[in-house]
Design a binder for this molecule. Structure first.
Ligand code: NAI
Ligand code: NAD
Ligand code: ISE
Length: 337
């Protein structure tokens, strides 16, 4: 059986996911697309020679008889409405982060899914599928470095557009660290405080850049997470876990080593699309396969989307107050165990 998929939002990542489902992955096919910009939706059908209908909006696409699963790749504020409509129609959903832009919105999705009585939703937290992070987790789970004590990490982009605001350092950027770090060390977050270092001249007037988030977990692990979205030199993701018996560090993306003109060098990626390209493939293949094999998606759940949003809310509050803010993660419902 082929999983028939409809895509809501044919922008940057929507097109990437359509391309990989059509050209690289197996078991899924794109039968429907929509975008508020209808020309973008039509263009993608032509570009990838899709046998797909262009629908006027998300509701019409979700209602289509032949759509088994929906990919939500529109901009963040539009996600909640599409995910709720898909759950109501009993359709599977792969939703890019954020699941919704507020914790209350994510909770509405959690409640709707529990009411429906079956897991339908997977959130696009692809780092859990990245081989580097998976190796870090295996090392930590097998006690290679003893108890983790500290994590130092960085999420750097070469530049961002003028619509990127200070809170988006949390909701658009740090959100990936928020999801992956507590999963890595099997812990929950307790508090967060934000420091603004000297501002780069490359950031627009309205944006604080860089920012440093100091996060503490329930067991006392201390995390320093730098977000620097006008770093100029590359798209660079760093993560180092310091344990009682040793240190493990995220591997650098594979690159040839060049010796030329008295210099030894390796390339640094510039585009986020390339850094986790394999992880996007694996997460979507897992979404397709697990639905076909078990009748439900296997990846990060609506609950993971919700607790990321609760944490993000506390981080945004900490940006505004400068104080140490408490992060209160509610107990996980049995439905998501
Ligand atoms: P984009 O702006 O390139 O594309 C968004 C598209 O959605 C646009 O074509 C827009 O017209 C359309 N759209 C917006 N609202 C819509 C609605 N209500 N109905 C239908 N179409 C709608 O944005 P991009 O970069 O593709 O990001 C999309 C989502 O993917 C965001 O939630 C973003 O956070 C997430 N994302 C995730 C990444 C990851 O690493 N997991 C990487 C990049 C983006
Ligand atoms: P984008 O702006 O390139 O694309 C968004 C598209 O959605 C646009 O074409 C827009 O017209 C369309 N759109 C917006 N509202 C819509 C609606 N209500 N109905 C239908 N279409 C709508 O953005 P993007 O970079 O592709 O990001 C999209 C989402 O993917 C965001 O949520 C973003 O956070 C997420 N994202 C995730 C990753 C990742 O690494 N996981 C990377 C990039 C983007
Ligand atoms: C995007 O939304 C992401 O999710 C990427 O992972 C991030 O690093 C990128 O800069 C964002 O635009």
């Amino acid at each position: 059986m082929t999983l028939k998929m409809g895509v809501i939002g044919t922008g940057a990542i929507g097109r990437e996911h359509i391309k990989r489902i059509t050209k690289k992955l197996s078991g899924g096919t794109i039968v429907a697309v929509t975008d508020v910009n209808q020309d973008a939706a039509k263009k993608v059908v032509e570009e990838f020679s899709l046998d797909a209908i262009v629908y006027p909006d998300d509701k019409a696409l979700i209602a289509a008889e032949n759509v088994d699963a929906v990919l939500v790749t529109s901009w963040g504020p539009a996600h909640e409405q599409s995910v709720l409509a898909a759950i109501e129609a009993g359709k599977y959903v792969f939703c890019e982060k954020p699941l919704a832009t507020t914790a209350a919105g994510c909770m509405r999705i959690v409640e709707a899914e529990m009411k429906y009585g079956k897991k339908l939703v997977q959130v696009g937290f692809m780092r859990r599928y990245d081989s580097g992070y998976k190796q870090l987790k295996e090392a930590i789970d097998s006690h290679l470095i003893g108890e983790p004590l500290m994590i130092h990490c960085a999420h750097r982009n070469p530049e961002v557009g003028d619509k990127y605001t200070t809170d988006m350092a949390v909701t658009d950027t740090l959100i990936h660290e928020i999801d992956v770090l507590h999963w890595l060390v099997n812990d929950d977050y307790k508090s967060v405080q934000v420091v603004y270092p000297k501002k780069t001249k490359h950031a627009l007037a309205h944006l604080q850049d860089p920012q440093v988030f100091m996060i503490e977990t329930n067991s006392g692990i201390s995390i320093t997470a730098e977000v620097f979205v006008n770093c100029k030199y590359g798209y660079d993701i760093q993560c180092e876990v310091i344990g009682e018996e040793g240190i493990v560090k995220l591997p650098e993306p594979l690159s040839i080593v060049t010796r030329k003109e008295a210099k030894l060098g390796v390339n640094i990626l510039m585009d986020w699309k390339d850094r986790f390209i394999d992880a996007y493939d694996v997460e979507l293949q897992d979404f397709i396969d697990s639905i076909k094999e078990t009748g439900k998606p296997n990846g990060p759940t609506s609950w993971d989307g919700y607790i990321a949003a609760v944490t993000a809310d506390a981080c945004v509050k900490a940006q505004q107050t400068g104080e140490k803010e408490r992060i209160s993660i509610p107990e996980k419902p049995e439905f998501y165990e």
